[in-house]
Design a binder for this molecule. Sequence first.
Ligand code: KIV
Ligand code: NA
Length: 270
Amino acid sequence: KIKTLTPSEVRARKGGTPLVVLTAYATPTAQMMDAHCDIVLVGDSVGMVVHGLPDTLGVTMEMMCLHGAAVKRGLEQAMMVVDMPFGSYEESPEQAFRSAARLMRETGAAAVKLEGGVSMEETIRFLTSRSIPVMAHVGLTPQAINTLGGYAVQGRGEDRDRVMADAKAVEDAGAFSVVLEKVPESLANEITDAVSIPTIGIGASAQCDGQVLVVDDMLGLFTAFKPKFAKRYATLGVDGEKAIAKYAQEVRDRSFPAPEHVFADEVKKK
Ligand code: KIV
Ligand code: NA
């Protein structure tokens, strides 16, 4: 068993071997990635890829607690981080503390992740100074789609300084790492050079200090849409449907169950 990274060890990986991060929402997938990933993120993307919600805004604390606890049971070595869901932290640092403490207590997570830069600076400082390690998330922040107006690339042109300021704000507030989502490659590189904490890219740059993907995207299980950055390493959705179609046909033509799947009256004596 390899030792689980701590948030300060993650921070110390700045500029080193890239951090390998994937999302997980259930025990079996967590088991699959445990030996290969530095960090497993219980993302609020669970709302879209597992619960069929149109966006991440409907995700609740209860959902994050249940999925987080399930993922934790599948991990022996990877560090686990849990997303704070929309509405559980924006109101005040105190509200954020209560929610983060509950997430950590009920899931065993080592840290929480929340979306926002400058606007969350005070909250991140409040949490980190009270023993809650925070992974930040800037650039495209999906919980803000209604104010951002969609899932467009963030930080192009005039908007570049805003995303840079967000990254510097979370570093200054004490975040141990920061996810950069859907920003121009050159901006991701500039931020990675400018901040002392690891940047974890998704739709960002190969020069980031780590990469993260949504597991259902990379396995080809989530097919409602495919973001440009979501490289498919497998086609489990297509493969799974083929398997189900075969099962349906075998049930209908009575070739399943076969003799090896059924039980005799007596156990055969050897
Ligand atoms: O919810 C999620 O899956 C995430 C990652 C894409 C970073 O926040
Ligand atoms: Na998320």
